[in-house]
Ligand binder design. Structure first.
Ligand code: HEC
Ligand code: HEC
Ligand code: HEC
Ligand code: HEC
Ligand code: HEC
Length: 231
């Protein structure tokens, strides 16, 4: 008499095995990619500081030479995005300044070939978020509130979290962070009556007092409903 094996897998189970194998090989790849993406510095991480193709320094050009932000980022008051300057803007000066500099070689190369300098983006919100520079700049919100002391930085890094809670915190109570519109690109600005040696609470009280007035004057009342930033 022939013994029946105790467990017989039906024929179709072969296909199932194949499915499980595919799952076991593909899923770790998928999960790994997800985790890598979540941890990648191109998502929103404070301190993210990619190396740039040219060691352009804001500390030198803005802090020491005193060039206004809008000379280069000339769309901030009119558009949602802040333009990165074309090579021609650099050449306005570097046609005659430091023409033999090793550091400026990629700039001259870009000018000669017409190919843009491949600057690496530092601040990058997810695509499902709507942001607008002009709405902030024209409401007296300074670059420094969101980008930190760029005017003292040799290499730009992300200073603030740029996450939803951070946006909302200011939208709910912007008073202290509204300044006269003509001081928006003056990152070292302080209200009258206080100096950089004043205490943090004195500075914040002076900002709040002036901010109250400006809020009225500029009719500022930021929205917090979802469609403001998700449309
Ligand atoms: C002479 C031109 C010039 C001036 C003036 C200038 N910038 Fe820039 N800025 C650049 C260039 C070029 C880059 C891209 C390279 C880099 O990130 O360093 C840049 C990058 C930035 C970035 C990062 C953009 C990103 O990828 O997220 C911010 C923020 C910024 N600038 C803010 C400012 C502020 C604020 C001021 C004024 C206080 C200012 N810049 C003045 C040329 C300029
Ligand atoms: C308004 C004039 C002006 C503009 C516009 C300008 N620069 Fe400069 N840049 C200077 C001056 C002045 C120096 C300092 C030269 C020195 O130290 O003798 C300098 C120095 C530099 C240096 C250091 C060079 C070295 O060998 O040490 C780099 C790099 C540089 N600039 C890049 C740029 C880039 C990139 C742009 C365009 C986004 C730009 N600059 C736009 C005036 C300018
Ligand atoms: C209320 C916050 C806030 C203020 C104020 C602000 N920025 Fe930005 N900036 C951002 C955010 C957020 C991004 C990233 C935008 C994105 O990825 O869509 C950004 C991006 C940039 C970029 C990269 C190009 C772009 O548009 O994505 C530059 C350059 C820049 N800002 C310059 C400036 C300058 C110069 C000022 C002041 C005149 C300024 N910003 C004021 C929040 C701000
Ligand atoms: C430091 C304060 C501050 C921060 C931080 C800030 N905002 Fe604002 N936001 C304002 C003010 C002030 C206004 C102008 C409100 C007004 O004119 O009544 C504004 C306006 C806006 C508008 C225009 C709304 C409209 O109805 O046209 C959008 C969109 C917006 N903010 C998105 C964002 C996003 C997204 C972030 C975070 C990445 C952010 N904001 C961070 C202060 C801030
Ligand atoms: C002032 C701007 C602003 C407003 C108003 C706003 N959001 Fe967001 N939201 C953001 C930003 C910026 C991010 C990206 C956050 C990040 O990547 O960390 C975001 C991300 C999200 C996400 C993705 C999940 C996450 O937390 O990363 C969801 C879901 C979301 N918002 C829902 C809402 C809802 C619902 C409302 C209305 C109650 C709302 N948001 C109002 C700016 C805003």
């Amino acid at each position: 008499m022939e013994l029946k094996p105790l467990f017989v897998f039906p024929k179709w189970s072969n296909r199932l095995t194949f499915g499980i194998l595919v799952f076991l090989t593909v899923f770790p790849l998928y999960a790994g990619t997800l985790v890598a993406y979540a941890l990648s510095p191109t998502t929103l991480i404070v301190g993210y500081q990619p190396v740039q193709p040219v060691p352009y320094s804001h500390a030198l050009h803005v802090g020491q030479l005193g060039i206004d932000c809008r000379y280069c980022h000339n769309t901030v008051e009119k558009a949602g995005f802040a333009a990165i300057p074309p090579t021609e803007t650099c050449l306005n000066c570097h046609k005659s300044i430091r023409t033999n500099s090793e550091l400026l070689k990629p700039v001259f190369e870009s000018y000669r070939t017409g190919l843009p300098i491949p600057w690496v983006k530092v601040h990058d919100l997810p695509d499902y978020v709507y942001f607008n520079h002009s709405a902030h700049v024209n409401a007296g919100v300074s670059c420094v509130e969101c980008h930190g002391q760029i005017n003292h930085e040799d290499q730009v890094y992300q200073a603030k979290a740029l996450n939803m809670a951070w946006c909302l915190q200011c939208h709910r109570d912007p008073t202290e962070r509204i300044r006269p519109k003509d001081q928006v690109t003056n990152l070292d600005w302080l209200p009258e009556g206080v100096s950089h040696s004043s205490s943090a609470s004195e500075i914040s009280a002076a900002k709040r007092k002036l901010g109250e007035q400006l809020k009225q004057q500029y009719h500022i009342n930021p929205n917090v409903d979802c469609v403001t930033c998700h449309r």
